[in-house]
Design a protein around this ligand. Structure first.
Ligand code: HEM
Length: 298
């Protein structure tokens, strides 16, 4: 039931600036690309349901003030998904004592965060994050954007101020998207926080790295909802192995070039991504997929 022109992880990545700096990297979102539906929907939703049943306290959070925003989000989600032939009669089952954000999460392939403007800054007052990329979800419950991003080096210098201004000015009619990227040897949907610092597996070698390591992209969208005035942040995981990224030679070059030039503080934060990038660089050079000139290393 592939309903959207498929978007691959490699399609969404872009090179880092040199010297390195975090960028907002937001681009206008066309609303038909807000929530993505693909042939994995049924399998993904079964897994999400199992994860929520097993770890609800680590996935679902909702403060009373977020309920109005959740109602508006339900309406938007249904309106969006019911445009798809197979989903015309879709309902959101908010019975069984489920928090509304949990009920919504069970019908979309995206993780969901809801933010409200508080005097101390934009605050995550509800979320349903079942498949995080190596971050600890409960530690972010009820926290502002600045506190949520505390583990990210250079957040305070590169992002804190522009993000605050951007969130304040985000308009309902001008939603945006952006992407984050990670390299991992684990193709699972849910990645535990400690995976960020796992040592490289010693059975991953220059010979098999292209098949064993995955580019994992978080396709993130931001929309302000006009009635409740909340901001909805969605995170959709897209994955492909490095061998298939290499079908797009310019993307492979960009990826290797950016990730092998990360400064030390960012390397420490993106530990296992850095380790995998080194091995991919060796593989790409040894197989002639990239040259030292293309990586500006000659
Ligand atoms: C324009 C909006 C945003 C920007 C520019 C941004 C930027 C970033 C960047 C650069 C990172 C590090 C990425 C990496 O590992 O490569 C990050 C991590 C993260 N972001 Fe954001 N972000 C945005 C919005 C949000 C929102 C709305 C939330 C949640 C409500 C959020 C939650 C997180 C979390 C949980 C992490 C991981 C932090 C950790 O390691 O504990 N971000 N973000």
């Amino acid at each position: 039931m592939l309903k959207h022109a498929s978007i691959s992880a490699a399609d969404l990545i872009s090179p880092d600036p040199h010297p390195f700096k975090w960028r907002m990297g937001v681009k206008p979102l066309s609303l038909e690309r807000w929530l993505l539906v693909d042939q994995e929907r049924d399998t993904d939703l079964e897994e999400i349901g199992r994860l929520i049943d097993a770890h609800r306290d680590k996935i679902i959070y909702c403060e009373p003030s977020a309920l109005e925003g959740c109602d508006e989000l339900s309406i938007e989600v249904l309106q969006h998904l019911r445009q798809i032939d197979d989903l015309k009669t879709l309902e959101i089952d908010d019975q069984q004592g489920r928090a509304p954000i949990e009920a919504i999460r069970r019908v979309v392939q995206e993780d969901l965060c809801l933010l409200e403007r508080r005097p101390e800054g934009w605050t995550m007052t509800a979320c349903a994050v079942a498949i995080p990329t190596q971050w600890d979800v409960p530690s972010k419950y009820g926290k502002t954007l600045d506190v949520i991003h505390e583990p990210v080096p250079r957040y305070d210098t590169d992002l804190s101020q522009p993000m605050g201004t951007f969130f304040d000015r985000l308009r309902p009619e001008a939603p945006v998207w952006r992407a984050n990227r990670t390299l991992t040897d684990d193709p699972s949907l849910r990645l535990a926080p400690q995976r960020r610092h796992h040592p490289m597996r010693d059975d991953i070698t220059i010979k098999n790295v292209a098949d064993r390591v995955w580019l994992r992209v978080e396709y993130q969208t931001l929309r302000r909802l006009p009635q409740s005035d909340v901001i909805i942040f969605t995170i959709r995981i897209l994955r492909q192995n490095i061998a298939s990224v290499a079908d797009h030679p310019e993307k492979l070059t960009q990826l290797v070039s950016s990730l092998t030039k990360m400064p030390n503080d960012i390397r420490d934060y993106k530990d296992s991504t850095w380790g995998h990038a080194q091995l991919i660089r060796q593989w790409a050079l040894s197989t002639g997929r990239v040259t030292k000139e293309e990586l500006n290393e000659s």
